[in-house]
Design a protein around this ligand. Sequence first.
Ligand code: HEC
Ligand code: HEC
Ligand code: HEC
Ligand code: HEC
Ligand code: HEC
Length: 411
Amino acid sequence: MLAGCVGGTTSLSPTPSEAQAGQVTFPLGTATPSEVCGRCHAAVYAEVAFGTGADLKWKPIIYKSLTDPLLAIPGPFFDTATGHHLAGVDPWPLRARDVENNGASCNTCHYPEAFELPDLERDQVIHEPTPRTRVEEVVGVTCASCHLTPDGRIRGRYDPRELLAPHESVRDPNFGTSVTCAFCHSKGPRVVGKQTQTFYEWRDDYFNAGLGPEQCQDCHMPPVVRPLAEDQGTAPRAIGQHLWPGSHAASLIRQALTLSIRQVHGYGRTAGTPLEIHIKNVGAGHSVPSGSNRRGIWLTADVIDGGGTTIVHNEWLFAPWYASRPDDRAFLQADENLPDAVAALQADAQGPHETPVRAGEERVLTWTPQLPAGTFTVRVTLLYDLNRYNDRSFTPDQTELARSSISIQIP
Ligand code: HEC
Ligand code: HEC
Ligand code: HEC
Ligand code: HEC
Ligand code: HEC
């Protein structure tokens, strides 16, 4: 049986190719399992449920300490599936809401009801979507989550009069644009540096700032040409791939940032050896890392002597804040009284850190290690960490993004 398949609830025409629009309906709304659509849209389903054609990987993760249980994607789901398909069974958010939220369903964006798309100009603040009831959560973000309108029609970019669809379809000119993703990838109002700001970061820092015209789909759903549905006798058309590579795809996270280091000649005014580390966001249409406050990118710098020994080490963390102000240990006592105390304490206990690198931004960090005379190698690396709160020695959730080094001479 296919993952999450429940039969008998949706009426399917026996010969869909001859079907009239309206013969296939979806009474379960956004809780309609994607398998129902996958019966006709097989190639799209293979991308969504198996990750066919991408390097997606959801390795087991630990919540905090090395003695915590490994949280792995449960069968019959594949750990190479898309994040959307796994959203209902991904054990990490489920564990997080038990620990941080007393088990209450906070993950409204992980399982919402059907919604109208917001307007790019009018809706400056995006409000959380309405969640489904708890018993309807397990199917996660389904095909219907994005495609079903509140009045039960399937939205897409094509004019239904050009299609042979057995369901009621409607052309939405905004469907190919970033507003399709806004509801679940932002939580208003905009706060620079905070978590869950991806759509705003795209809108304000990238699109409206004139950095480029690309929508979320251009980078996360690049198109191919093939029939929209199989075995229905329909002609091939352009369709965006349904793979959504993100922080679980090494090939994508490696495109986001460039890393370089240079020695600054201080004209004898500064004690020590000034170095500049440049981190530039060249590939993402939003901040990096983006989204959940759990994401982090570690920058490490090592000065290595002629014998290969590291004699000085330094480290920075780039991550979204949990709340609307910088994470800081100074708030630990005040956090104790918050309803979300566990999550707030977790972020503040890690202390202050660099904010994410915004779209188009070049972040320059200066560092002045105290070194004796000699020749040294300075090596910098960037490491993506899916869960910045768990034990640093747990490496399966980490991916090296970039590495750079220079040789310096201290007279
Ligand atoms: C019985 C077969 C069948 C089922 C079940 C089915 N579809 Fe379709 N769908 C089609 C066919 C056929 C087309 C038209 C393809 C064409 O003419 O190129 C289509 C068209 C579409 C389009 C394009 C609409 C547009 O205006 O751009 C979308 C999007 C879509 N389907 C999504 C879904 C989703 C989501 C589900 C499940 C909730 C689903 N379909 C279930 C057969 C099906
Ligand atoms: C996260 C939101 C999302 C989910 C989940 C999703 N789609 Fe789509 N789908 C889109 C977007 C956005 C496009 C338009 C792509 C583009 O702009 O290139 C699209 C395009 C399509 C099309 C082509 C019609 C068109 O408008 O381009 C079909 C058919 C389709 N999806 C079917 C499905 C099926 C079947 C599933 C589940 C197996 C599914 N989709 C899941 C967002 C989604
Ligand atoms: C109905 C809510 C919803 C909509 C609409 C939606 N997403 Fe998502 N998306 C999610 C959730 C929830 C997750 C994470 C699931 C998890 O990790 O358990 C996710 C994950 C992702 C990821 C993977 C992130 C990672 O860390 O690997 C990408 C990329 C992504 N979405 C892009 C998009 C794009 C592009 C669109 C619009 C075409 C879109 N999403 C629309 C809810 C949504
Ligand atoms: C110009 C290309 C581009 C555009 C436009 C773009 N992205 Fe991304 N996105 C990337 C790259 C590259 C990454 C990997 C770096 C990272 O993790 O931030 C990424 C990562 C992500 C992630 C994973 C973030 C994390 O760190 O966990 C999500 C979710 C996501 N994008 C959603 C979106 C949404 C939603 C939009 C539109 C509002 C969008 N993206 C627009 C290129 C793009
Ligand atoms: C505004 C919509 C939204 C709300 C509300 C939300 N989430 Fe999420 N969550 C997302 C999206 C989108 C992602 C995908 C990754 C990203 O953007 O970094 C995600 C990712 C996650 C992840 C990482 C999953 C992985 O496997 O990498 C965890 C854990 C998580 N959410 C837990 C929660 C908990 C617990 C709550 C309630 C306190 C919650 N979320 C509320 C949208 C939301």
